[in-house]
Structure formats: C-alpha cells, structure tokens
Write a protein that binds this ligand. Sequence first.
Ligand code: NIG
Ligand code: FE
Length: 386
Amino acid sequence: MSTLVTGIGELVTCDGTGEGGIGTRVDHALVVEDGRIAWVGPASSAPAADSVIDVEGRCVTPGFVDSHAHLVFAGDRSAEFAARMAGQSYDGGGIGVSVDATRAADDATLRAALAARVAEMRAQGTTTVEVKSGYGLTVADEERALQLAAEVTDEVTYLGAHVVPAEMREDRAGYVDLVAGEMLAACAPHARWIDVFCEPASPHAFTGDESRVVLEAGREAGLELRVHGNQLDHGPGVQLACELGAASVDHCTYLSGADVDALVDAAATTSATLLPGVEFSTRSPWPDARALLDAGVSVALATDCNPGTCYSSSMPFVIALAVREMGMTPSEAVVAATRGGARALRRDDIGRIEVGARADLAVLDAPNHLHLSYRAGVPIARTLEV
Ligand code: NIG
Ligand code: FE
C-alpha cells in the first residue's frame, strides 16, 4: 500500500543541508510505503501510488521527536505553578506531591491520563515521545509506570533516581542502593534508558557520586544513559553525562565554560537537550542555546512535559521559546525538535524526511516552517496520518 503526499508548499527534510540543516524543498512530493518513506523528489516526476493526499500548499515537516517527558502521573500541581509565578522558587520538593497521587491512582486512571497526554502531543505534531517513570519510587510503582509507558512508546526511561521519597529521607544511601539494586532489576526489562536527577542544588535530588552509582548500575543492567543536569545551578551533571557517554544531558540551564567544552568534545555521543518550557514555567534564566550551537554542541529541544516544571506538551511552544528567548533561528529550532531529538534518542529512522526513514510526518496550516515560531500559540501543527 503506497500513498503519494503532494501539494506540499514547503517540504522540510532536516537532511542536514541548508541553514541549520533544515533542508527545505519546494515543488516536492513524497511517497510512503509500508510506514516508510519510499521516494522524495520533484512533484512533477512523482510515481503513481495507491492513494493520494493533497495537503493544498501546507508545509510538511518530520514529526517532532520529544525526547524528554514525564507522562505517567496523577494529581494536580497548578497551585505550585501559581505560587512560583508569585515569586516562590522551584527545588524539586513538589515531586513528592505527584508521587503520593500517582501511588494512590489505579492502573486504569494512569493509563487513561497517559493516553490523553500522548494524544495531545500527536495532535500538535509529535510522533515520537520518550516517557520516564519517576513518580512511583517503590519497586512496584516504578515497574508499573514503565509497563504503562511501554504501552505507548519504545522510548521508555527508568527514573527511580528522580528524588529520594519521603519515607526514605533519613536513609539516602539505602534509597540509592534500592534504585541501583532491587528496583533496577525489576525495572530494567521494561526500559531502554536509565536517567537520574543529578542536582546537588536540590535537597531532594542526587549528588554526582550518587548519580554515578545509579548510572553505572543501569549500564551494567543493559540500559543506555540519560541525565537531568545543571537545571537549578551549576553542578556535576553535564560532566558526568559526557564522561559516561550518556546519549543526552537535559536542561543545561547553568553551564560553565568547562561544561560547554565537555559537551563539544562529546558532541558525537552526548546531546544537550534544552527544555525551555521549564524556564518559562519556573521563571528561570534561559539556557544559552546560541553559545552551544556556535561552539559545536549537539542540541535538541524537548518539552519535559511533567506536572511540576512544565505542564505543556507542545513542541511548537518550545520551538517558539527557543527562537524568541534562546537565540536559535527558526530553522535551527525545528531541526533541534526533530533530528536533534532523534539524535538524543540515538535514532536515525526518525526526525528527517529521507528515503528509508519512518513516515512520521507533521503538517502545518502554514506555507513554511517559519510559522511555527512566527505564529506562536496558534495550533497550526498536527501529525499527518498517512
Ligand atoms: O525535568 N527536574 C526534575 N524532574 C522534572 C520535574 C518534575 C516535577 O517537578 O514533577 C524536570 O524538570
Ligand atoms: Fe525532566
């Protein structure tokens, strides 16, 4: 079964050519066969196909790759957001509120909430999402979160080391042992990735040494590594992620010159994933995306959709923030939200429109990709179902 997608106003391939690697084409069409892109070329020489989708002058892009999200949770923390807007700062303490609500929720409730969040993402053009555990923090609750996540994505991340839960507060070492021992053994079969909230500036999160123990145990158990680092202050997360060969270190809000150097040296292995929805929602300084790009760091953009620091599932919102507040060009931001996210997930079958890639596509109610940031807040992007 083949489908010709034609009438494309601007085709955004993210093939690495052109400004920021955006690789735009005009008067182009593509053919999808068995879920893969089988042909891309001038519309005038398009081959025949079993069916035709005419997008009537709209822009077609790779579906967004949201490489960082926490979608398995219950409860509401909107009051915490309002308090922050009134001046309170974020230190990770609110995670415990979501842990209590998530533990108390039954499977059906969590499954329905997760499905609704994934549907919300797809409706805005996201075709791949990474989903973390981290609001269970017992062996059974973390395993349950990962099993639910695996129902909606292949990119499942074990985040037992999100915070030290209240009942273990007096025994941090015991909790690290649990996360790197019995909990890891139960969770590893359900996950591809292991992540840790490496943030000594938070009394709830983990030091560099604790994070290293967890990540090394995860790697031993066959998981690949990701790190939350340098969100609330300067810290060891970036350097640890680069040293251990993590696929990505996420947030990167507070970086020293040495951190940037480490990210440049590790660019073939480790991406810096920027999450500007978090800076928006916590009233924090913006990461210096311009400096990272100019230095040669691999940069990705993701939502970090979660109940605390950013309850937005919108990649277009993230793109607009990156352009307006972080010095990225509109093209660089789109590439970081597609091919950049794919790279942060070590995937080369998504995030680009080239022959052989998955036919994960987004369509914009707009003539070109500039509109994603130009028309901020307007729901112009959606997944193109082929
Ligand atoms: O990526 N920083 C740690 N974890 C999430 C926030 C989780 C929460 O506050 O519930 C983040 O920002
Ligand atoms: Fe996060």
